[in-house]
Ligand binder design. Structure first.
Ligand code: GAR
Length: 186
Protein backbone atom coordinates (compact mmCIF):
# COMPACT_ATOMS: atom_id res chain seq x y z
CA UNK A 1 0.00 0.00 0.00
CA UNK A 2 1.42 3.40 -1.01
CA UNK A 3 0.79 6.26 1.37
CA UNK A 4 0.35 9.83 0.24
CA UNK A 5 0.20 12.84 2.55
CA UNK A 6 -1.76 15.74 1.10
CA UNK A 7 -1.01 19.37 2.01
CA UNK A 8 -3.56 22.06 1.16
CA UNK A 9 -4.45 25.60 2.29
CA UNK A 10 -7.44 26.49 0.16
CA UNK A 11 -10.60 25.28 -1.52
CA UNK A 12 -9.08 21.90 -2.19
CA UNK A 13 -10.33 21.27 -5.71
CA UNK A 14 -7.02 19.57 -6.53
CA UNK A 15 -7.29 17.42 -3.42
CA UNK A 16 -10.78 16.43 -4.51
CA UNK A 17 -9.66 15.56 -8.04
CA UNK A 18 -6.82 13.44 -6.63
CA UNK A 19 -9.10 11.61 -4.19
CA UNK A 20 -11.64 10.95 -6.94
CA UNK A 21 -8.95 9.60 -9.25
CA UNK A 22 -7.71 7.10 -6.65
CA UNK A 23 -11.11 6.33 -5.14
CA UNK A 24 -11.21 2.73 -6.35
CA UNK A 25 -7.49 2.12 -6.18
CA UNK A 26 -6.80 -0.12 -3.20
CA UNK A 27 -3.03 0.32 -3.58
CA UNK A 28 -2.99 3.99 -2.54
CA UNK A 29 -4.14 5.53 0.72
CA UNK A 30 -4.38 9.08 1.99
CA UNK A 31 -4.08 8.85 5.78
CA UNK A 32 -4.12 12.57 6.51
CA UNK A 33 -4.50 16.04 5.03
CA UNK A 34 -2.20 18.69 6.43
CA UNK A 35 -3.80 22.12 6.41
CA UNK A 36 -2.84 25.53 7.76
CA UNK A 37 -6.23 27.28 7.71
CA UNK A 38 -9.10 26.40 10.03
CA UNK A 39 -11.72 27.62 7.55
CA UNK A 40 -10.23 26.13 4.37
CA UNK A 41 -12.69 24.46 2.01
CA UNK A 42 -10.44 21.43 1.86
CA UNK A 43 -11.54 20.52 5.39
CA UNK A 44 -15.05 19.76 4.13
CA UNK A 45 -13.59 17.61 1.39
CA UNK A 46 -11.56 15.72 4.00
CA UNK A 47 -14.79 15.09 5.92
CA UNK A 48 -16.54 13.78 2.81
CA UNK A 49 -13.75 11.26 2.36
CA UNK A 50 -13.38 10.53 6.11
CA UNK A 51 -9.77 11.66 6.13
CA UNK A 52 -8.29 13.18 9.27
CA UNK A 53 -7.00 16.74 9.06
CA UNK A 54 -3.86 17.88 10.82
CA UNK A 55 -4.31 21.60 11.29
CA UNK A 56 -0.99 23.31 11.88
CA UNK A 57 -0.11 26.82 12.92
CA UNK A 58 3.15 28.34 11.73
CA UNK A 59 5.01 27.46 14.90
CA UNK A 60 4.17 23.74 14.69
CA UNK A 61 4.84 23.76 10.95
CA UNK A 62 8.32 25.13 11.51
CA UNK A 63 9.18 22.80 14.36
CA UNK A 64 11.32 19.78 13.49
CA UNK A 65 8.97 17.59 15.55
CA UNK A 66 6.83 17.67 12.42
CA UNK A 67 9.25 15.20 10.81
CA UNK A 68 8.40 12.59 13.46
CA UNK A 69 4.69 13.29 13.06
CA UNK A 70 4.86 12.76 9.31
CA UNK A 71 7.25 9.80 9.47
CA UNK A 72 4.72 8.01 11.65
CA UNK A 73 2.65 7.56 8.48
CA UNK A 74 5.61 6.09 6.54
CA UNK A 75 4.71 8.19 3.50
CA UNK A 76 5.81 7.38 -0.03
CA UNK A 77 4.97 10.87 -1.25
CA UNK A 78 4.09 14.30 0.12
CA UNK A 79 1.79 16.16 -2.25
CA UNK A 80 1.32 19.93 -2.09
CA UNK A 81 -2.04 20.80 -3.61
CA UNK A 82 -2.51 24.53 -3.20
CA UNK A 83 -0.39 24.66 -0.04
CA UNK A 84 0.89 28.17 0.34
CA UNK A 85 3.57 28.04 3.01
CA UNK A 86 7.18 27.47 2.06
CA UNK A 87 8.30 23.97 2.99
CA UNK A 88 11.04 24.18 5.64
CA UNK A 89 14.46 22.85 4.65
CA UNK A 90 14.40 20.19 7.38
CA UNK A 91 11.32 18.61 5.74
CA UNK A 92 12.99 18.64 2.33
CA UNK A 93 16.03 16.90 3.84
CA UNK A 94 13.83 14.38 5.67
CA UNK A 95 11.90 13.44 2.52
CA UNK A 96 14.37 13.84 -0.37
CA UNK A 97 12.67 13.75 -3.81
CA UNK A 98 9.42 12.80 -2.13
CA UNK A 99 7.72 16.20 -2.08
CA UNK A 100 5.84 17.31 -5.18
CA UNK A 101 4.07 20.58 -5.92
CA UNK A 102 1.74 21.95 -8.56
CA UNK A 103 2.16 25.53 -9.70
CA UNK A 104 -0.42 27.31 -11.88
CA UNK A 105 1.98 28.73 -14.50
CA UNK A 106 4.68 27.63 -16.89
CA UNK A 107 7.67 27.85 -14.57
CA UNK A 108 10.12 29.53 -14.42
CA UNK A 109 7.63 32.17 -15.52
CA UNK A 110 5.45 33.61 -12.76
CA UNK A 111 6.98 31.62 -9.94
CA UNK A 112 8.69 32.52 -6.68
CA UNK A 113 7.69 34.11 -3.42
CA UNK A 114 4.28 35.83 -3.50
CA UNK A 115 3.36 34.15 -6.78
CA UNK A 116 0.42 31.94 -5.98
CA UNK A 117 -3.22 31.52 -6.89
CA UNK A 118 -4.82 34.56 -8.50
CA UNK A 119 -1.62 36.64 -8.30
CA UNK A 120 -0.15 34.30 -10.90
CA UNK A 121 -3.09 34.61 -13.28
CA UNK A 122 -3.26 38.40 -12.87
CA UNK A 123 0.41 38.65 -13.78
CA UNK A 124 -0.12 36.40 -16.82
CA UNK A 125 -2.92 38.68 -18.08
CA UNK A 126 -0.99 41.88 -17.30
CA UNK A 127 1.94 40.50 -19.27
CA UNK A 128 -0.29 39.72 -22.28
CA UNK A 129 0.86 36.13 -22.43
CA UNK A 130 -0.57 34.05 -25.28
CA UNK A 131 -0.39 30.87 -23.22
CA UNK A 132 -0.22 29.69 -19.63
CA UNK A 133 -0.38 26.29 -18.03
CA UNK A 134 0.73 24.11 -15.17
CA UNK A 135 4.05 22.93 -13.79
CA UNK A 136 4.31 19.87 -11.59
CA UNK A 137 7.71 19.76 -9.93
CA UNK A 138 9.72 18.30 -7.10
CA UNK A 139 10.20 20.65 -4.17
CA UNK A 140 13.66 21.85 -3.23
CA UNK A 141 14.92 24.65 -0.99
CA UNK A 142 14.14 27.37 -3.55
CA UNK A 143 10.51 28.39 -4.15
CA UNK A 144 9.22 26.81 -7.39
CA UNK A 145 12.68 25.78 -8.60
CA UNK A 146 12.75 22.00 -8.16
CA UNK A 147 13.00 19.58 -11.08
CA UNK A 148 10.01 19.93 -13.38
CA UNK A 149 8.20 16.64 -13.93
CA UNK A 150 5.45 17.81 -16.27
CA UNK A 151 4.18 20.96 -17.91
CA UNK A 152 0.99 21.39 -19.92
CA UNK A 153 -0.03 24.54 -21.74
CA UNK A 154 -3.31 26.21 -22.56
CA UNK A 155 -3.93 29.08 -24.99
CA UNK A 156 -4.92 32.47 -23.58
CA UNK A 157 -6.86 34.89 -25.71
CA UNK A 158 -6.32 38.63 -25.46
CA UNK A 159 -9.69 39.22 -23.77
CA UNK A 160 -9.39 36.45 -21.15
CA UNK A 161 -9.72 37.76 -17.59
CA UNK A 162 -7.52 36.43 -14.79
CA UNK A 163 -10.51 34.36 -13.61
CA UNK A 164 -10.86 32.82 -17.05
CA UNK A 165 -7.18 31.97 -17.14
CA UNK A 166 -7.51 30.48 -13.63
CA UNK A 167 -10.34 28.19 -14.67
CA UNK A 168 -8.51 27.03 -17.82
CA UNK A 169 -5.40 26.29 -15.77
CA UNK A 170 -7.37 24.58 -12.99
CA UNK A 171 -8.90 22.22 -15.56
CA UNK A 172 -5.39 21.16 -16.54
CA UNK A 173 -4.42 20.71 -12.89
CA UNK A 174 -7.37 18.41 -12.27
CA UNK A 175 -6.59 16.41 -15.38
CA UNK A 176 -2.87 15.88 -14.79
CA UNK A 177 -1.85 16.02 -11.12
CA UNK A 178 -3.22 12.63 -10.10
CA UNK A 179 -1.63 10.98 -13.15
CA UNK A 180 1.78 12.35 -12.23
CA UNK A 181 1.31 11.24 -8.63
CA UNK A 182 0.46 7.75 -9.85
CA UNK A 183 3.57 7.67 -12.04
CA UNK A 184 5.73 8.66 -9.06
CA UNK A 185 4.23 5.93 -6.88
CA UNK A 186 4.44 2.97 -9.26
C1 GAR B 1 -4.14 25.86 -7.54
O1 GAR B 1 -4.35 26.61 -8.71
C2 GAR B 1 -2.67 25.63 -7.33
O2 GAR B 1 -1.95 25.47 -8.53
C3 GAR B 1 -2.27 26.89 -6.65
O3 GAR B 1 -3.31 27.13 -5.72
C4 GAR B 1 -4.53 26.67 -6.30
C5 GAR B 1 -5.25 25.82 -5.28
O4 GAR B 1 -6.54 25.48 -5.72
N1 GAR B 1 -0.99 26.75 -6.01
C6 GAR B 1 -0.09 27.73 -6.00
O5 GAR B 1 -0.29 28.83 -6.46
C7 GAR B 1 1.24 27.34 -5.35
N2 GAR B 1 2.23 28.34 -5.59
P1 GAR B 1 -7.37 24.35 -4.98
O6 GAR B 1 -7.35 24.66 -3.50
O7 GAR B 1 -8.75 24.48 -5.57
O8 GAR B 1 -6.74 23.04 -5.29
Amino acid sequence: MKKVLLFASGGGSNVKAILQYFENNKRVSFPIIICNKANAGVIDIAKQYSIDVLLLDKERFQSEILVDTLEYFKPDLLVLAGFLWKIPDFLIRAFPNKIVNIHPSLLPKFGGKGMYGHFVHEAVVANRESESGISIHLVNEQYDEGTILLQKTVAISSNDSADMVASKVLRLEHEWYAKVIESLLF
